[in-house]
Design a protein. Structure first.
Length: 130
């Protein structure tokens, strides 16, 4: 994706009330998931806690005999894998999981959302090795 000239980018940042890094993250979120991805970029929301418990169990089972990575819930709908620069965020629709990767000290959108949490997680961890 081409970057706009510096003067235009600066005006975009000012108009959007965002820093350059924040605007770049927002653009990446939009690229992967449109308005729904922007909704969860910076603000967590409160999904059903029992659903999140079930998802954490699903993650444990996906490792099929291997030791699953520890998962820390942050912001209620953000699941961070301990020991990995990987995070999953549940969209406000309650069905789509958005992959995030830690980069430059912050969490960046890292791919298109998917309903299958294990598939999103597998893709994130596979790309971690790249």
């Amino acid at each position: 994706m081409a970057r706009p000239p510096t003067e235009i980018f600066t005006r975009l940042c000012w108009s959007a009330h965002r820093t350059p890094v924040s605007l770049a993250r927002a653009a990446r979120a939009w690229q992967y998931g449109g308005a729904a991805a922007l909704t969860i970029l910076d603000e967590p929301w409160d999904p059903d806690p029992s659903y999140l418990r079930a998802v954490r169990e699903q993650i444990r089972q996906a490792w099929d005999g291997e030791r699953a990575p520890a998962v820390r819930a942050a912001g209620n709908n953000w699941l961070t894998l301990i020991g990995h620069d990987a995070q999953l965020r549940l969209g406000t629709d309650g069905h789509l999981w958005y992959p995030y990767r830690k980069k430059h000290g912050g969490w960046w959108p890292a791919g298109h959302p998917h309903r299958d949490v294990a598939a999103v997680l597998g893709d994130l961890l596979a790309s971690e090795a790249d």
